[in-house]
Design a protein around this ligand. Structure first.
Ligand code: FAD
Length: 272
């Protein structure tokens, strides 16, 4: 028997969260695995505000309670996010699993979080006393450690839609389907008249937190393809230093080598 609260508005959910020691429960696809948690759950499936998807000033607001299937079927969801979501697990998990749960789980293997990192998305965090907006990079502070206050919920992902059209996404896993990422990579690149207008990369499942290093990617921005060819080895060397894999099921040497190969494939894809 699972105990819990069943709010039907965000306000009610936040009041319950403030007054009780509860665990937010969205789809339960992470929570129901492994040991049973002590205490009560705060069930979020009937909170309509967490299901909203809307566009405002070029930012796509995605309700944290949206399931992967709902976003796969939504006309505003960008192709890159759809590609990543379509490779998560199988339909049964995609029908229940939510983006809020994917982020709230705190794992660097979370496939939707990788896309939110590369796009420099922010999170809307709400409590009964206020709202704050935090870049996703500042939300993950270590292995399974999140900058979420005990009275807060993740209520939205704020996804800037700029620069998402040109991308390379790769999920490396033990199987083609129903498999957790062993390494995941996404690279965004926009060329404008032969000049790199934007470049961003992110590596998942390698370290405690998704690796996103804008200061390295900025080496390429504003340069022509020819100029980038000249500094390509410096760029790769900078990532060689920045990628420090943690020990996992597969060796850190393997993961480092795969990351660098994926980065190389990304550059080759754009012939730079
Ligand atoms: C068979 C299987 C295959 C899987 N394959 C993949 C895969 O390929 N890729 C992948 O990324 N994941 C995968 N997962 C993991 C899981 O499905 C996802 O992480 C999913 O997004 C979790 O969402 P949920 O709504 O079920 O979260 P829940 O289990 O409900 O919650 C997960 C965590 O997030 C917290 N939480 C939930 N909502 C909020 C909120 N609004 N605010 C604050 N905290 C919140 C919960 O308290 C909990 O700590 C798989 C799981 C299974 C069982």
């Amino acid at each position: 028997m699972v105990n819990g609260f069943n709010p039907n508005s965000l306000r009610q959910a936040l009041e319950i969260r403030a007054a009780n020691d509860v665990i937010p429960y969205a789809g339960g696809t992470d929570l129901m695995i492994g040991e049973q948690h002590p205490g009560s759950y705060l069930f979020l499936h009937a909170v309509p505000e967490l299901k909203r998807v809307y566009l405002e000033d070029g930012i796509l607001h995605l309700g944290a309670g949206c399931t992967f299937t709902e976003l796969l079927e939504h006309p505003l969801t960008p192709a890159l996010l759809k590609e990543a979501l379509s490779q998560i697990a199988a339909p049964a998990i995609r029908n229940e699993g939510t983006i809020g749960g994917n982020i709230g789980n705190g794992s660097a293997k979370a496939d939707s979080a990788l896309i939110f990192f590369v796009a420099d998305a922010s999170l809307k965090l709400e409590s009964s006393t206020g709202t704050r907006i935090l870049p996703i990079r500042d939300f993950y502070i270590g292995r399974k450690q999140l900058a979420l206050h005990p009275d807060e919920l993740i209520t939205e992902v704020l996804l800037p839609l700029r620069w998402l059209d040109g991308y390379v996404y790769q999920k490396v896993a033990a199987r083609k389907a129903l498999a957790i990422s062993r390494i995941s990579f996404v690279g965004l690149l926009t060329l404008d008249n032969g000049v790199i207008a934007h470049c961003a990369t992110a590596f998942g499942a390698v370290s405690d937190v998704v690796i996103r290093r804008p200061e390295i990617d900025s080496m390429l921005i504003g340069k022509s393809v020819e100029q980038v060819k000249a500094i390509r080895s410096d760029y790769l060397a900078a990532y060689d230093k920045a990628i420090v894999p943690t020990r996992g099921r597969v060796s850190s040497e393997y993961r480092k080598a795969v990351c660098l190969n994926l980065l190389l494939d990304f550059l080759n894809h754009y012939e730079i």
